[in-house]
Ligand binder design. Structure first.
Ligand code: ZN
Length: 686
């Protein structure tokens, strides 16, 4: 369980919801704010707002500004890590965009621009999600024309290289599908390293790398050095004079030109740190960037995870290892954020009532926890994204990754609410809810309360759902085997659904009325019964645990409420719809299923768990599936989204920063060209 960063790609949840804008902080300008900027290929470019920034005291604004600069300063690193030719390609493309003297309105040039934007979006020439190499829809001849007609001396030429030689070098790398076809190959039949385009290794085989790290661990053990450190996390492995060696990322090593800048901004951040612990953490991070020492990295993470008091927080470093087929080396990423006090109160309110929820649940008393500890998590506002977190970003982060630090010191779990809000807003008007909702009333309710409903559901699911219940003596919790995840997610969802519809929620001030709960029920059952099928390939069954759990709940409640007509499935003009007729009875069914799933888990009743999942969660109705896929395809929704960052600009008086202003540009191309000018620190081709 190393990777705890979860990513929700557009389609998943966004088709859902809207928020009562009156209830959000910082509404100024909200009405005219355009969340969706543009679409190309399979991608959306979105914008996000940073509510509350304007009214912050100057020192906090400065801290956010310095950390944001540190987040942008490492941009080149992720390009180089993703593929060794990415910087060469990106700079060549950018020179063309900047200098091409021919017709920039031609169809071919527009196709070229789509390719350029895809490269910016993916931080390289491989798809950010599938990791497959994508190709431009122009000819190599036209590409050569573009280069020849953009000459002004600013191409990234090697010493003595002519533009013709550059064309010869770069053309196959871009156009030949057999060169570097995949960024990360997980095909176990091949050498994982040599079949992946990722730039963590050069001239070494999988076996050599495995041996190298085996030996490092052995040496550490022999010398009584710390064996818990994450060997290899921040380095590239190469061969020098026939010997396998590591090139460490540090201010004196690989990527030094970018790391120097990162450190420069972190040092400025230290001068306006909110408290000593945060300052100490920043100092330790700088120390780590200077030495590349992984023990220092661990020490830093301990300080970082302990810092719960600061309003402003950040992620900055070589952190996630998804990019390495060996799951060892980390890509560089950065996020700057601050705590959303109002939304965090919501999560804390739920956590504070965890015992009440437990005591009043419909579960058998033997399976209830006598003492519940709510899991505390904070809700954050993202102010800047960088490295591997930009343009595409996770919506939640749970760090650090080192298991021993998590066990000993815990972890920080955050939800990026303004990012989720942007996804949600951008999905408004894409036609999804209009296509699948059973009535105008459902659409209206969803638009009014969907966003709040979704957030409350997540809070209940995470903060109290998973934390509820207890096992009978002798039961270990792994009795459900391959059905474990689907059942565990069902349990947390059922707990959340049950309490969504409880008057207690209104009493606690978490929702204005139970209409919020109705919006959640409408969405949940529509999604579980039909719309989530848009993400399953035709002819396949449901594999993913969360999807299984949703269908389990939706189908079980539908079948078991049939006699009372609780949920109605009907057809109108050749289309299928689902409608809830009785919310109270549905809530009772949710409670009944919750009690049963808890019993199954508490008693370790594998047979019953298996029967539940196999009967309701796995199989797909092929006719309905086909219908839903066809209806979805007609909507033309792009499945992936990335973001334009807001821009922070210091207002100077002499040498002094007097204020920091925030603005929200809406042109992805201009932002990328601006970044190219300001944050290109690495040489072309490391
Ligand atoms: Zn869960």
């Amino acid at each position: 369980m190393k990777n705890l960063k979860f990513i929700i790609m557009a389609v998943a949840m966004i088709a859902l919801a809207a928020c009562d804008t009156e209830e959000k902080e910082g509404k100024k300008g909200e009405a005219d704010f355009k969340y969706l900027s543009e679409r190309f290929a399979d991608l959306n470019i979105l914008r996000y707002r940073v509510p509350g920034f304007d009214t912050m005291p100057l020192n906090r604004k400065k801290l956010i500004y310095y950390l944001s600069q540190a987040a942008l300063a490492g941009r080149d690193i992720i390009y180089d890590q993703n593929y060794k030719h990415n910087l060469l390609i990106r700079r060549t493309l950018e020179t063309i965009v900047d200098k091409y003297s021919g017709d920039q309105n031609s169809e071919d040039f527009q196709k070229f621009m789509v390719y350029v934007k895809r490269v910016w979006f993916s931080n390289g020439i491989h798809h950010h999600y599938s990791s497959d190499k994508f190709l431009p829809e122009i000819s190599p001849e036209y590409f050569a024309e573009l280069i020849k007609n953009s000459q002004d001396g600013s191409f990234p030429l090697k010493e003595g290289q002519t533009v013709e030689q550059l064309i010869t070098e770069i053309t196959p790398v871009i156009f030949d599908p057999t060169i570097a076809p995949k960024r990360v190959s997980l095909d176990a039949d091949k050498d994982l390293i040599t079949s992946s385009a990722i730039n963590f290794y050069d001239g070494v085989s999988q076996q050599e790398v495995e041996d190298f790290y085996k030996q490092q661990r052995m040496m550490a053990r022999k010398n009584n050095r710390d064996t818990l450190i994450s060997f290899g996390l921040n380095s590239k492995v190469v061969k020098e004079n026939g010997k396998v060696v590591e090139q460490i990322y540090s201010i004196n090593g690989l990527y030094k030109q970018a790391i120097e800048k990162i450190v420069y901004w972190l040092e400025l951040a230290m001068t306006v740190a909110e408290n000593d612990l945060q300052k100490e953490g920043l100092a330790k991070l700088i120390d780590y960037y200077k030495t590349g020492d992984l023990k220092t990295w661990d020490d830093y993470n301990i300080l970082w995870v302990k810092d719960l008091g600061s309003r402003i927080d950040y992620v900055n470093g070589f952190i996630e290892v998804y990019g390495d087929p060996m799951g060892n080396k980390a890509t560089w990423e950065a996020v700057v954020n601050y705590k959303d006090m109002v939304a965090t109160q919501r999560a804390e309110m739920i956590g504070a009532n965890a015992q009440w929820f437990e005591d009043n649940s419909p579960v058998d008393a033997r399976f209830k926890r006598k003492e519940v500890k709510g899991v505390s998590a904070k809700v954050i506002t993202v102010a800047q994204l960088g490295g591997d977190c930009h343009p595409t970003t996770p919506i939640g982060i749970n760090l650090p990754n080192a298991n021993w630090i998590r066990a000993e010191y815990g972890s920080k779990s955050v939800t990026m609410e303004n990012i989720m809000y942007a996804y949600d807003q951008a999905s408004q008007g894409n036609g999804f809810i209009e296509e699948f909702a059973a009535s105008q009333e459902e659409i209206d309710l969803q638009k009014k309360y969907g966003f709040l409903a979704g957030n409350l559901h997540t809070d209940l699911h995470e903060c109290v759902g998973h934390a509820s219940g207890q096992l009978l003596p002798g039961i270990t919790g792994d009795e459900m085997k391959n059905y474990h995840s689907a059942l565990e997610e069902s349990r947390a969802d059922l707990f959340a659904l049950y309490y969504m519809m409880d008057p207690k929620m209104v009493e606690l001030g978490l929702m204005p009325s139970l209409d919020v709960a109705k919006a959640e029920y409408n969405h949940y059952f529509r999604n579980g019964y039909m719309t989530q099928l848009t993400r399953v390939e035709l002819g396949k069954n449901i594999e993913q645990a969360h999807m299984r759990n949703r269908q389990l709940i939706a189908r079980w409640c539908y079948e078991n409420g049939k006699n009372d007509d609780v949920i109605e499935v009907f057809r109108k003009e050749g289309k299928t719809y689902i409608k809830i007729n009785d919310y109270d009875k549905l809530r009772a069914l949710v409670g009944k299923l919750l009690a049963e799933v808890q019993r199954i888990k508490s008693e370790g009743d594998f047979a019953a768990g298996k029967a539940l999942v196999e009967s309701y969660a796995v199989k797909v109705d092929p006719v309905l599936h086909k219908e839903i896929k066809e209806r979805y395809a007609k909507l033309n929704i792009c499945p992936y989204s990335g973001f334009i960052n807001p821009v922070l600009t210091p207002v100077m008086k002499g040498d002094e920063i007097q204020d920091i202003e925030i603005s929200y540009p809406d042109d992805f191309t201009l932002q990328m060209l601006d970044y190219a000018k300001k944050y290109s620190f690495l040489p072309t081709g490391n």
